[in-house]
Design a binder for this molecule. Structure first.
Ligand SMILES: Nc1ncnc2c1ncn2[C@@H]1O[C@H](COP(=O)(O)OP(=O)(O)OP(=O)(O)O)[C@@H](O)[C@H]1O
Ligand SMILES: [Mg+2]
Length: 419
């Protein structure tokens, strides 16, 4: 069976209402006759089944003959949703698995559950961009986009999430603001307890759809207390309805960061990259005061820095260079040198970081060494303690940034075509 289409409901911060909105979006889609599943990817704080008022703890996990997990079914108002959550396995017990194991567990649930649905709505854990990326990676070409949930007080966080999506070329369905205001049952006045919101403006700056705001309501609490799934009242559902419309219109797309992970590495690419690297190093040797930079970082001479340029996955090497800083000069060593530090970097990320820009669908975007490091397009390994290894990264960064200061035109002509 074809992979269901994926939508991940996420926010950078916790408690914004992702689970509530994921449940409501699934319900809205199912109401329109679409077959929908919900996956709770919040391994360590799963609560989707609670909001859906489904007793997961007394449900035992069953398997198909081809070893797939059979999802549970939630029925409400004659509407059925498939659902899978670690709560079915762990109940209310805490889960303290390392991040990559949680990510692997979610990936397996996405790929190896016997889904009968056409859509999977993933209730993502707050933050954990690595888990979010691995959820998206599991859908591959079937990813529809992310539904971002935010609160008025979280504008900085919203910008982070949008930057992350833009940087990795991950499609966004749009954004819902939750808990925007509180409507008092007694005086019927709407109180804007978090003050004015800039969500709409931020969404428009990023060219994404803003589906509207949902107030903080007693009704949700009352439904939960009455043992019903937390389905938001008709009166306040408009943002969910709009999100469902957009989800149904969205076309599945392989996110850019996956596309590029499999870009082909040809011999001609290897040759041009090697040639460019040598030209840049020769230029640096001639123009940059290496000794000053070495002194600035108190970086010992003679350490072997292995610079491995790879494809986007950081797994397939394109070019390996062995460098050292000695007697105020930058030297290229032969391959037999035993490295003190290894810097693994997506080759384009290195070029973008040097040129300080990255091409996107919407034109050029700012990019630098820190962007590469934080977005995991560069990693640093070594024999010594972490910061000791990081010094090699800083030295390399400063050498190349100085070079850009002194020789922008030359760098542009060497690297521009490869970027
Ligand atoms: N608009 C609302 N009105 C009333 N209660 C709400 C509203 N939105 C969320 N809640 C309640 O607030 C709590 C937190 O919401 P929810 O679990 O959906 O947030 P979350 O973003 O998924 O949190 P986490 O980051 O912990 O996964 C829940 O009990 C939910 O029922
Ligand atoms: Mg949640």
């Amino acid at each position: 069976m074809a992979m269901p289409l994926g939508i991940s409901v996420m926010s950078g911060k916790g408690g914004t209402g992702k689970t509530l909105i994921a449940l409501n979006l699934a319900f809205e889609l199912a109401r329109r006759g679409v077959k929908v599943a919900l996956l709770d990817a919040d391994i360590s704080n799963a609560n989707l089944l609670t909001l859906a008022n489904y007793d997961g703890e007394s449900t035992s996990v069953t398997f198909t003959t081809d070893h797939r997990i059979v999802p549970a079914t939630i029925t409400f108002d004659n509407i059925q949703l498939e659902v899978c959550s670690v709560e079915m396995l762990a109940g209310s017990r805490g889960v303290a698995k390392p991040g990559e194991q949680s990510a692997a567990m979610i990936q397996e649930l996405i790929k190896y559950t016997a889904w009968k649905s056409d859509y999977i709505i993933v209730d993502a854990p707050a933050g954990y961009y690595d888990i979010h990326k691995s959820v998206i990676a599991s859908f591959d070409s079937s990813y529809l986009g992310t539904l971002i949930v935010t609160q008025p007080a979280h504008s900085k966080d919203l910008i982070r999430v949008l930057d992350l999506h833009s940087l990795n070329e991950i499609p966004v369905i749009g954004c819902i603001e939750n808990m925007s205001s509180f409507i008092c049952d007694n005086c019927k006045t709407e109180h804007f307890i978090y003050g004015a919101s800039s969500t709409e403006e931020i969404a428009s700056n990023y060219g994404i759809e803003f589906f509207g705001s949902i107030p903080l309501m007693m009704g949700v609490r009352e439904m939960l207390n009455a043992g019903k799934p937390a389905i938001i009242d008709e009166e306040y559902r408009a943002p969910i309805v709009r999100a469902a419309d957009a989800a149904l219109k969205a076309k599945p797309r392989k996110p850019g960061f996956l596309e590029k992970a499999i870009e082909s590495i040809t011999d001609s690419l290897k040759n041009s990259l090697m040639k460019a690297a040598v030209e840049v190093l020769v230029l640096a040797k001639r123009t940059v005061p290496i000794a000053d930079i070495q002194r600035q970082f108190n970086f010992p001479g003679g350490r072997v820095i292995h610079l491995r340029l790879t494809d986007r996955s950081l797994e397939r090497p394109v070019v390996d260079l062995f460098l050292t800083l000695k007697d105020g000069a930058l030297k290229v060593l032969d391959k037999t040198a035993e490295p003190d530090v290894t810097i693994v970097m997506y080759y384009k990320a290195l070029i973008w970081a040097i040129l300080k820009r990255r091409p996107t669908e919407r034109g050029y975007e700012y990019y630098d060494f820190l962007t590469a490091y934080l977005n995991d397009e560069a990693r640093v390994y070594g024999k010594r303690e972490s910061w000791e290894n990081m010094r090699a990264w800083y030295v390399l960064q400063v050498v190349l940034e100085r070079l850009r200061q002194y020789q922008p035109a030359q760098l542009e002509s060497i690297l521009g075509v490869l970027a």
